[in-house]
Design a protein around this ligand. Sequence first.
Ligand code: DGY
Length: 334
Amino acid sequence: MNIENPHASSLEVREKHFLVAATRRLPSACEERLIAKYFLRKGDDNATYSSSIFKAHAEGASALIVTPAERLDANTINSLPQTVKIIATFSVGHEHIDLDAASARGLIITNTPGVLTAATADLTLLLILAAARRAREGQKLIHSGNWSGIRPTQLLGTQVKGKRLGIIGMGRIGRAVANRSRSFGMKVYYHNRQPINSNDNAEAIYVPSLNDLISQSEILSLHCPLTPETKNILNAQRIANLPEGAIVVNTARGPLIDDNALIEALLSRKIASAGLDVYASEPNIDKRYLTMENVFLLPHLGSATKDTRAAMGMLAIDSIEAVLNGHEPPHQIL
Ligand code: DGY
């Protein structure tokens, strides 16, 4: 067990009442903040958290910091020690936590919304541009050492200016993507359960029918949460309705897309290219993606900037501190 107790004086040790267990290493400022106040059981970036490993890691802990890389199903939640009061997920998404089981255990669950909006929206634009401009093929050519110079017909991509961008899910990140995309000259449309307040709609046009949005989207970007209703929201039928040569981008959650349908459409060039940051069974990627030139892949880096990851950790700690001091946490899901 890796419990941090860095040269603490006996007085400091006496003042520390609670143990916080993190499943992964956290940005150093976050670990330092935790160590100043609590015992910290640091996480292991290489561990696979089975139920029994989770249970052992959580032994004696009052609070857990977890990430979407761990699955907290009912079995794992039920095996957690009774000492655990709060699970703070280092993410906005919380589909990896069985909320019914957590609720039955009386656990508090918190997440880290808001602070990762800009980073994730930036990365979405990176994927849109990389997919549109054939960045994967360009990288391959230059790294091969076989590039023979600029040619008028070499690796011609799609200009995003003037293209219709469809956004599924117009939450904070969807709106930030809309704002950025307008400055690239894209015409932005969105589908959401409800149209959003016109002051806040990033000058995007609401399309009440998802199928209508899809049939108009030359570029389609997914920004909805993963729920039983949104799983496979981009299925074979909807992919067939995309305009020929569309671009698909996903920085939300892998299971929103039916991989078989997407791969088939990429192979047939019904879809020109895709930019993906998230995958159905992370970290296991459907191997077919790895052999395709018209996909630009990143390893779930949406929120991966130093500032953002530190801010996410600080939000998680704010919630833990609130709960351990008997207060309501700022970002409570449950
Ligand atoms: C989230 O917050 O849900 C992201 O996927 C982590 O970057």
